[in-house]
Each structure stands twice: as C-alpha cells, then as structure tokens.
Design a protein around this ligand. Structure first.
Ligand code: SF4
Ligand code: SF4
Length: 341
C-alpha cells in the first residue's frame, strides 16, 4: 500500500472500501441533513450531484496514487485543513441552532461583506434558491443563500493539468470552506440561521446559483466567468433564513455566451471531447455543457485536468479586455437560466 493510500484511508469515512472515494466522504457530510425535520426539497426535474469517483479506474490509475513524497508534503498542509473546515461546515447542520430573527438591516450586509472580503472572498451576492437548483435527493434548511467566490492564482492555473494547478484548486476549496464557515458563524452570532456549503460537492448547483445571483455567466465549459477573475475562481454558498437579502435579478454578463458561440477554444482543447459544441438546456432550467462521464476519467488521471479553464481567454486575457474587443454576435444561441417566482 502506498503512502497516499494510507493517507486516504485515514481521511475517508470508517468502513470505506480500500479505494478512496470522495463521493462517500461527501455522502457522510450529507447525512447531517437527517437532523432536520423539514427541508426545502428539490424539484422533480432536479439533477443529481455529479459524482467524482470513476467506476472504470483503480486507485493506481488515479493521479493521487502517483504523487511524489515532495508533492504529498506540499499538498497535505492544504488538504488536512480543508478536511477540517469541511467537517466544521457539516457539524453546523446538527439541527440545534434556533434563529432569533429573519430580517436584516443594510449595516448587517455591509459588515458581512467586509468580513467576507477580509477573509478572502472576492465577490458576494445573494439569491433565492430555486428548487430546481437543489440536487436530487438532497435538501436545504432555508431557501435563501449568500453566494461567494474566491480567486485562484493565474500562473498556477495556467499550467493545468499539473500538480501546481491541482494544489491551487485544493487551496481554493480550502479558502471557500474557511470563508464560508467564518461568515456562517458571524451570521449566527447576529441571530440568523446560517448553513455553509461544504465547498466541494454541496447540496445545490453552485454555478447555477452564481449566475442567478448575477456574479457572472456560465461559459461553454460549464464554469462561471466573472469580471476580475475570469474563470479562475471557486464558488460556495451559505443557506440562511434572511428573507430580505439584497437580491439582484439582472445579470449584465450574458454577453459572455455570445462570445463563447464564436470562440469554442475550450471545446477544441478538451482532450476527451467532453464539452458539447453548444450547451444543452436541461429540463430543470439549467444548462448542460459537459458530458461528465467523458470528463471524469481523464480528470481523475490528470490532476483534476482544468485544461478548459486554462485555455479560456477569460482566464488569460481577462474579462474586461475580452469585452472591449468583442463586437457582438447577434446569431448566437440564447440560453438564460430563468428566474423562478
Ligand atoms: S474557451 Fe471560449 S467558448 Fe470556452 S468558455 Fe471560454 S470563452 Fe467560452
Ligand atoms: S476538465 Fe478536462 S476533460 Fe473535463 S471538460 Fe475540462 S478539458 Fe475536458
């Protein structure tokens, strides 16, 4: 047994099979939902959460098994705190917290956003979670959410697929979990219910929520594209009972998909042709951009891949420059995730 396998055995839930399973770890966190008598349920059309595990691969096929001792030493200080933060997020779902209030003053949002930015969030917006963004067989304690993003380093992500890019993604998840927990604790201290997403996995489709919240637009590679960070970001949510969130219903970023319809660089760059030539509107109101079955094995063998992220002009040139140079594309197919009442 390799040292990596030993580490995974320690991190994974008791009773797991010998093959490390991120899906089993996430399912363990999801079980905390059993502490709630009532949950906001998914729509009948909701899709299941995309699995991480590859059925076709053995552990020795996966990049995790091939990490060098130096790489393990470099990534463990990131992975272990991530694991701790995710467990702390899950523990907040113990069903014990009783909110004292459900409406907030403008000053509260200012304080929350300042705290989030100081902790490392680059953007914060708000959304009422539509049932069709809740994954099939999951549920959330409250139908309102704060959506946050954290940035990933440009240079590291430009090397994808690589150990450096994988490490940067892990760092992004760690930051998401840490910031989400910090915000949730502040919200609870202020009397509001707050349940952070677990950064990885989660109960809702974060890109769907982020686009609805107006943070950016989903590109043809299925990732969120925003001003500032382009695609070099990760998303997390905090579910809350605050009914008067400053929700924005306009989204000024839909032009991004008109650009995508001309660009298609990620589609050409994907080594396993997993990105559709055009996103496919889904029955649940969202968009399917990728064949996840085609992506998953390459992803799990190549440091989480991210070639589509690295090849996107929004990662490299940046949002503002792409926007300035773009002259429009009136014939581009239109897909807007609908705001539900
Ligand atoms: S690479 Fe091009 S087509 Fe793909 S998401 Fe980025 S801008 Fe859109
Ligand atoms: S992560 Fe890699 S394999 Fe998956 S869609 Fe992107 S480029 Fe293709």
């Amino acid at each position: 047994m390799t040292i990596v396998n030993r580490i995974f055995e320690t991190l994974m839930p008791k009773g797991s099979s010998k093959k490390p399973s991120l899906d089993k770890l996430l399912a363990q966190f999801d079980r905390e939902l059993e502490n709630f008598q009532t949950l906001v349920k998914p729509a009948e059309t909701s899709k299941p959460r995309t699995p991480f595990d590859s059925k076709n691969l053995t552990f020795s096929d996966m990049y995790m098994s091939k990490l060098t001792v130096r790489q393990i030493a470099s990534v463990l200080p990131i992975m272990l705190p991530l694991q701790v933060q995710m467990r702390q997020s899950a523990r907040m779902y113990d069903g014990k917290f009783q909110p004292r209030r459900s409406t907030a003053e403008p000053e509260f949002f200012e304080q929350l956003e300042t705290l989030a930015r100081n902790a490392g969030a680059v953007d914060i917006k708000y959304v009422k979670v539509p049932n069709n963004a809740i994954f099939k067989d999951k549920g959330i304690p409250y139908p309102y959410a704060v959506v946050i993003t954290v940035e990933m380093d440009k240079e590291n992500m430009s090397t994808a697929p690589s150990f450096e890019a994988f490490r940067e993604v892990a760092k992004g998840y760690g930051n998401l979990a840490r910031v989400g927990n910090k915000m949730a604790r502040f919200m609870r201290r202020s009397g509001f219910a707050a349940y952070p997403g677990t950064a990885l996995g989660g109960l809702t489709d974060y890109t769907h929520l982020a686009e609805l919240a107006g943070l950016g637009a989903i590109g043809y590679h299925g990732l969120l594209i925003t001003p500032g960070e382009g695609v070099r970001l990760r998303i997390n949510t905090i579910y809350t009972n605050i009914t008067n969130l400053p929700i924005q219903t306009e989204n000024e970023h839909y032009w991004v998909r008109d650009f995508c319809a001309m660009c298609k660089k990620c589609i050409r760059a994907c080594p396993v042709k997993a990105i559709y030539d055009q996103p496919r509107p889904r029955g649940d109101g969202g968009m399917q951009c990728i064949d996840h079955d085609d992506c998953r094995d390459y992803f799990n063998q190549n440091f989480g891949c991210a070639i589509c992220l690295a090849s996107c002009p929004f990662s490299d040139i940046g949002y503002e420059k792409v926007k300035t140079r773009f002259k429009g594309n009136p014939t581009a197919p239109q897909f807007h995730i609908p705001h539900l009442p």
